[in-house]
Design a protein around this ligand. Structure first.
Ligand SMILES: C[S@@+](CC[C@H](N)C(=O)[O-])C[C@H]1O[C@@H](n2cnc3c(N)ncnc32)[C@H](O)[C@@H]1O
Length: 451
């Protein structure tokens, strides 16, 4: 998009290629004024009474757009020219902003950005008709602190030379944006990108694709490569040398849905949860930044300090909440990932409170913790994947303890589960929105329910 009034404009967006397949036929151009920013980060204007969704715009922006029918209703407005900037706009810090689908709202300045992010929580509750006694201010997380990133890679030819395109995908597309830098990722991870590109150029053949998961642990970087074939002897030797040269903690190879196979294992691969060392399985779940993990833990544990009795941590992972809680409470940690529960239990033993922690491998979607098992618990914490925990919420509604703490990275599934609890007599006493995924439309929530 070109910009008449500002020297440093949002990136030019042709709009073509944003949708897989050919874009729908255009309906011509229009000049619109952005009234608000929607839940997915697009600016929303009206044209002839019809909502128009315009990416990379802020409230008050006046934009010339090319209109197209929007699947599901309304119109898509591909931005062509920013005629006047609204008060909430700024120049995004990242050179890839706009093109890269990782950050959709880098162009929003504070306080517009923080208000919009916190508003996602407020709006989600309002839409579900749920009242909270208190909604905390947004907990801010610094950029350049993301400790885990997932990238796509593809080997291709440019100007007769083989190259690897490595980065995130474009918004609503599978096309990879080749990134030289990233404003949200930790610089340690960004610093590995050139060497990774060279490695993948060597290991992939023309047209092959791979995905790359980089996680910064306390004792080094853990790399999991999803490759199109099993590793050969050559791959093993080269990757092992590469892990040495780049001082990785661990490097694993995964192909065709197999478990990641560590090829170089140079250090234990641990993190500290509130000072407690825990081994992380290759590709195992960790909250996106250390700051957000600490903020979530603080919000989870704040109201549980005085809870007398045992606490269940459901969808516990390797114990980001269970282990610190076990300093003062008996804890039952449940997760479907067997290696995660192994790591949790051995960390508890190592920290000297193994007898206070029980672990169970269990699919809580199919077999939620039910009445009988829930009896006598002082509190339950649950932190499911994006799909939420409908069955577990229903079981808690029937027989849950006086206090339930829900952690969620998806307000839509959270409000569905919260509705179940509220209908069963729980009161939402506090909600803490945490900006774990800075400049994206994702929001982390911690919510405390009591009855
Ligand atoms: C959002 S993570 C939370 C992990 C942990 N609370 C933390 O903060 O590190 C969700 C966890 O749910 C687990 N999980 C996914 N599906 C599950 C299921 N059906 N039953 C039990 N656990 C599941 C995953 O293995 C993962 O550890």
């Amino acid at each position: 998009m070109s910009h008449r009034r500002r020297s440093s404009s949002p990136r030019r967006r042709s709009g073509s290629g944003r949708h897989p397949g050919p874009p729908p036929a255009g309906l011509g151009e229009a000049v619109v004024t952005i009234d608000a920013v929607g839940g997915q980060g697009d600016g929303i204007a009206r044209h002839g009474g019809v909502p128009v969704f315009v990416p990379q715009t802020a409230s008050g922006d006046i934009v010339r757009v090319e209109l197209r029918p929007r699947p599901g209703g309304g119109l898509d407005g591909a931005p062509r020219e920013l005629l006047a900037a609204g008060p909430g706009r700024r120049d995004p810090p990242c050179p890839h902003a706009g093109a890269c689908g990782g950050c959709v709202v880098q162009h929003l300045a504070d306080p517009a950005y923080a208000d919009w992010k916190r508003g996602l929580a407020v709006d989600a509750l309002a839409k579900a008709g749920i009242t909270a006694d208190r909604i905390d201010p947004l907990v801010r997380i610094p950029p350049q602190s993301r400790r885990r990133i997932g990238l796509r890679a593809r080997k291709t030819t440019r100007g007769g030379t083989s190259v690897v395109v490595l980065g995130y995908t474009e918004p609503r597309s599978h096309r990879i944006v080749d990134v030289a830098t990233c404003s949200v990722a930790h610089p340690h991870l960004v610093g590995l990108l050139p060497a990774l590109r060279a490695l993948l150029c060597d290991r992939l053949v023309e047209g092959e694709a791979a995905t790359v998961a980089l996680t910064r642990l306390s004792d080094g970087v853990d790399l999991v490569l999803d490759m199109p074939r099993p590793p050969g002897l050559d791959d093993r030797m080269m990757l092992s040398d590469w892990a040495d040269a780049n001082d990785l903690a661990r490097l694993s190879w995964r192909s065709a849905g197999t478990a990641p196979e560590p090829i170089a294992h140079r250090r234990a691969g641990t993190v500290l949860f509130d000072g407690i060392p825990v081994r992380v399985p290759p590709g195992g779940f960790l909250q996106a930044t250390e700051h957000s993990e600490a903020a979530i833990r603080t919000a989870v544990t704040a109201d549980l300090a005085g809870a007398g009795g045992a606490i269940a941590d459901l969808f516990a992972g390797i114990g980001a909440f269970a282990l610190p809680l076990a300093r003062s409470h008996p804890v039952l940690g449940i997760d479907s990932h067997p290696e995660a529960i192994d790591c949790l239990l051995s960390a508890a033993r190592g920290a000297g409170f193994g007898e206070r922690v029980q672990g169970e491998v269990r699919n809580l979607f199919d077999r939620p913790l039910e009445a009988g098992e829930l009896d006598g618990l002082a509190a339950v914490v649950f932190d499911p994947p994006r799909a939420g925990a409908r069955a577990q919420a229903a079981a808690l509604a029937k027989a849950g303890p006086p206090r339930v703490v829900a952690v969620s990275c998806r307000p839509a599934s959270f409000t569905r589960d919260a509705r179940i609890l509220v209908d069963a007599g729980y009161r939402l006493t506090r909600m803490t929105p945490i900006d774990q995924f800075v400049w994206s439309a994702h929001l982390e929530l911690v919510a405390v329910f009591e009855r």
